[in-house]
Every structure is written in structure tokens, then in C-alpha cells.
Design a protein around this ligand. Sequence first.
Ligand code: NAP
Ligand code: ZN
Ligand code: ZN
Length: 353
Amino acid sequence: MHPTIPARGYAATSRRTPLAPFDFARRAPGPRDVRLDILFCGVCHSDLHQARNEWAGTTYPVVPGHEIVGRVAEVGAEVTRFRAGDLAAVGCMVDACRTCPECRMGLEQLCQGTITFTYNSPDPVLGGMTYGGYSDRIVVDQDFVLRVPEGLDPAAAAPLLCAGITTWSPLRHWRVGPGQRVGVVGLGGLGHMAVKLAHALGAEVTLFTTSPGKAADARRFGADAVVLSGDPAALKAHAGRLDFTLDTVAAPHDLDAYLRLLKRDGTHCLVGLPETPHPSPHPFSLVGRRRRLAGSMIGGIAETQELLDFCGARGIVSDIEQIPMPDINTAYERMLRGDVRYRFVLDLATLDR
Ligand code: NAP
Ligand code: ZN
Ligand code: ZN
């Protein structure tokens, strides 16, 4: 049996129980592993979906958390890329097959072999399931550990590991840049990073929101226009204008209304993953202008490092509300009400170790 080390975190033990302290074992670091003492962990809406089994794939107990920034505490004998004391990060994946065509292209997030997510994923070393970043320490193969650029606030950089890369990857894939009009739907954790990144890439950005109170923040993040999505006339004024729309909403909604905003050959890309699906759009919303409905999931490891380095050079981080670990359950309730400005980040120093 593989040797283990003790760890402590917060877990949900059923879809209805609040998260509570939980002791468990992690693998002792092997020759290629990095052990991080976790400093901060962002709170993603995917954590809430999975803690409450909204995607119907949760094995309990589940320790969520995949926006992890920590200090390297120990490295294995073959680790060359990190040293004790480095600031480092872990995102949504901790391993992949490394041999399939997607892995060879650096698209580990689309691995067609076995991918190991940071939590709620079969653990190939210890058996059982992987446990995430709502915890004191984590052990990860060096190839899935990221470098955090100097100068970025470590707490505010944590959300780059999911909210950042999940919006960066489609913006890059669809070659968003100067001269393009980009729509962002929803100003939550993902949405506010999408606005900042699309603006930094040089696009003209329009935010679509259900929350009138978020307009000023959206402009501060780089939005050129803000549209209240509940107002059909306001939406209609943007018909046929956009090149690309990134839809981050965590609840089902009408896609036809957004597809009609696209130009010829425009793309509406879904990243939000609600518990129940959106109503299927009408083909008439697509065919007349050869529009596309697409989806995207997180991003590869090299691409995540590219994003971190881009943010390091530009000084881009998430706007966060730092909270102590025991506040996680109220944070989930606030996230459900859209009351998040714009990412909760757990301070793991408050975990009773
Ligand atoms: P979040 O912080 O809760 O933001 C979601 C935003 O959607 C809200 O702030 C709100 O913005 C808007 N919204 C409108 N109606 C809503 C409703 N009825 N319920 C909830 N939100 C509503 O969530 P997030 O962390 O950004 O994640 C967003 C979605 O992306 C989640 O489904 C998550 O699981 C998914 N996700 C996917 C990936 C991927 O790889 N594809 C990665 C991470 C997360 P306004 O107030 O501006 O309307
Ligand atoms: Zn996430
Ligand atoms: Zn693979």
C-alpha cells in the first residue's frame, strides 16, 4: 500500500448536509510529486453543483476546491521545476493519460483516456476519490503544478486557476482580439474574468446581466456596454452585432435571445453548466447567418501557465471577497442569489488544523 500523510479539510457528506470539518489521508509525496501547504482556495459554482450532486456524479464525502494557491513545502527527488518555499498553484486537474492525441496537443482537459480531476474523481494512487482544495495540504505530480508569477496577490490570483482559464481558453481558441465585439453573459466568478480578459485582449466587450447593481463594476472591469438581459428591447438593440459570446450563467435560460445577437459566422460558447439543461434553441436562430453554438471546458496545463504569465505581466487578478473556512456554507447561499463580488476565496489559515 502507498504510504500516506494526514490532511484536514471541509467536506459535504450528502447533498443536503452543510460542509463540515473532515480528516482524511493524502498520498505521501513520491519522487515526481510536489506537496503544497494551501494558502487560498477560490469558491467556484462547480463546487456547489458537486457538493449538492447537481450533476448526479458526486461520491460522498466530497472535499471541493480547484482554485488552489499554496507554498511548496516538500518536493520529491526527481522534481526539477519547484523548490520548497515557491508559490505554486493547482487547478481543476491533477493528472491525465498523457498519451492520447488530446494530451499530446496540450489539451489535457479534453483527455480521451483517464483524466483525474482535483476532487470527486477516482484516485489512481490511493483508490477512493480525490479530495480538493478546501483543505490544508495537497500532493500533486509536478507536471500539473503551475507557477504563480511574482507580484500577483496570491489570494486574488487563486480564481485564475478555474474562472480565469475557463474564460481564457475559449477567448483564445476563437481568436478574440482588437476589432471584435464580444458578449459576456453573467457577471459572476467566470463572467468578471471574461470581461477583464476579453478587454485586455483588445475586444469591445458587452456584458449581459440580470443584476442592474453590477453595471458600474462591469465597466470598471472593462465592459464598453452593459445590457440588462431581462429587457427584450435592450437585447434587440444588439441584434446581429456580436462576433463571439461567452455564456457563463449557472441556470437554464433562453439561448435564442443570445444567438440572435451574433453576426454571420458568430459563435455562442457555453461554459456554464446548470443542473437542468437550457431549452433547445430554434434552428432558425442559427441557419440564416451560419451561427454556431459551442462549448468549452477549462483549459490545458500549458495554456493555464500562459494565462498566469499574461495576468502577471498585466497585473490582472480576480476581484475577491476573502472568507474564513467556516463561512463556506453562507458563501454558497449567497452565490445562489448572484450575491458574489466577484469570487469568494477561502483563507485556509482559518482552518482549525
Ligand atoms: P457564479 O459566480 O455563481 O456566476 C454565475 C452568474 O450567472 C451569476 O453571478 C449571475 O450573473 C448569472 N445568473 C443569472 N441568472 C442566474 C441564476 N438563476 N442562477 C445563477 N446565476 C445566474 O458562477 P461561476 O463560478 O462563475 O460559474 C458559472 C457556471 O460555469 C457554473 O455553472 C459552473 O459550474 C460553470 N463552470 C464551468 C466550467 C467549464 O469548464 N465549462 C468551469 C468552471 C465553472 P448576473 O447577476 O450578472 O446575471
Ligand atoms: Zn471551477
Ligand atoms: Zn489523454
